[in-house]
Write a new protein. Structure first.
Length: 98
């Protein structure tokens, strides 16, 4: 679990990145979840865009991904969500102390 200060720090980092995934009409299935897990292992912080034709809103997609992957949901703004998971092998982001 991350603190409010750490969450704010990650939100500031997320402002500078573009979405690398889109959730479309295919929804969220096992192959998509594996791709997101791999991206989180490499980058630690990712942004995902939820398209209107996906049939779900950003909150539903966020909750489904967080529970499936075990990552931290950092932010939901409009149709974009930001996820964070500390990498085991490629640690790049140094979080501030709690």
């Amino acid at each position: 679990m991350i603190s409010t200060k750490q969450r704010a720090y990650l939100r500031s980092l997320a402002n500078q990145i573009d979405p690398i995934f889109q959730v479309g009409k295919g929804g969220i299935e096992a192959p998509f979840i594996r791709q997101v897990e791999d991206a989180l292992e490499k980058r630690e912080l990712i942004k995902i865009h939820i398209l209107e034709n996906s049939g779900m809103d950003a909150r539903e997609a966020h909750d489904q991904l967080v529970s499936a992957i075990g990552c931290e949901g950092i932010q939901i703004i409009g149709s974009k969500i930001v996820l964070y998971k500390e990498s085991k092998n490629n640690k790049k982001i140094e979080l501030p102390r709690r």
